[in-house]
Design a protein around this ligand. Structure first.
Ligand code: SF4
Ligand code: SF4
Length: 222
C-alpha cells in the first residue's frame, strides 16, 4: 500500500485531503497535555483527565496499528450531520483500499475498531499535523494552507506500514505577522502557548468562532 494509492482513493470517495502517519506514542504531547490539565486549563472537560494512555498512543486502542490515515473533510462538504457523512466516507475508503490491496496482508484489524471520527480519545490534530495536513495556528486550530480551519478530521487505522512523504509544519508556521485571532478573541483565551478553555466563549456557550472567522486562511475561502 502506498500513499499515492491512498490519496487517489480518498479523493475519489470525496475527502478533501489525506495524509499518513506512523502509529506511535506522542511523548511531547503527553507531557504538554498533562501539564495543561494539571494547571486546570481544561476547565470542567473532565474527559481530558481520563484515557491518557489511549489518547497518547493509538496502539492502546488498536494493538496492531502501524499507520494512521488522517482524512480532512471541509464543513461545506460534510453537511449538517458531519459525523455520519465523515464516517460513511471512511467506510467507503476502507472498502476501496481493501479492494485495491494486492500484497496479501490484512489491511485492517478484524478485532478492534479502526475508524475514528470525534468518537474516541485520539490526538486528531497532532496526527493531522504530523501527516503534513497543516499547522496549528495561534488560534489553536488545525489550519490547512488551502482549506483553512473549517475541516473535520477522521482516521482510518492500518495494520501495514505506509511511508509518510509530507513534512510536518510547526506551531504558527503560517501565522507570521498576524495576530488577528488573538486581538479579536473576546475572552482573551489566546496568545499563550496553551489554550485556556476557561476563558473561551465557545467552550462556555458554544456560540463563538471569532478566531476562525477573522483568520485569513478562512476569509480567502469565502
Ligand atoms: S472561540 Fe471565541 S472565545 Fe474561544 S478562543 Fe476563539 S475567539 Fe476566543
Ligand atoms: S488569525 Fe492570523 S494568527 Fe490567528 S491563526 Fe489565523 S493566521 Fe494565525
Amino acid at each position: 500500500m502506498t500513499y499515492d494509492v491512498i490519496r487517489q482513493s480518498a479523493l475519489e470517495v470525496g475527502m478533501d485531503d489525506v495524509g499518513v502517519v506512523p502509529a506511535q506514542r506522542w511523548d511531547s504531547d503527553a507531557v504538554f497535555m498533562d501539564e495543561w490539565v494539571a494547571q486546570g486549563l481544561h476547565g470542567n472537560m473532565s474527559y481530558f483527565e481520563r484515557n491518557q494512555a489511549k489518547r497518547y498512543d493509538i496502539r492502546e486502542l488498536v494493538p496492531d496499528a502501524k499507520t494512521v490515515i488522517v482524512t480532512l473533510l471541509t464543513y461545506s462538504h460534510s453537511g449538517h450531520d458531519y459525523h455520519r457523512t465523515l464516517k460513511s466516507k471512511l467506510y467507503e475508503l476502507k472498502q476501496t483500499l481493501a479492494e485495491q490491496c494486492d500484497c496479501g496482508q490484512e489491511l485492517f484489524s478484524s478485532d478492534h475498531q479502526h475508524i475514528f471520527c470525534d468518537s474516541a480519545p485520539v490526538l486528531e490534530r497532532r496526527m493531522a499535523v504530523a501527516a503534513g495536513l497543516g499547522f496549528i495556528g495561534k488560534n489553536h486550530q488545525l489550519i490547512h494552507p488551502q482549506l483553512g480551519s473549517r475541516v473535520h478530521i477522521g482516521e482510518l487505522v492500518l495494520q501495514v506500514e505506509v511511508e509518510n512523504t509530507k513534512p510536518a509544519l510547526s506551531f504558527g508556521t503560517g501565522c507570521e505577522g498576524c495576530s488577528r485571532c488573538i486581538e479579536a478573541c473576546p475572552g482573551q483565551a489566546l496568545g499563550r502557548a496553551e489554550w485556556d478553555a476557561r476563558r473561551c466563549v465557545a467552550y462556555v456557550t458554544h456560540k463563538c468562532e471569532i478566531c476562525q472567522q477573522v483568520c485569513p486562511y478562512n476569509e480567502k475561502l469565502k
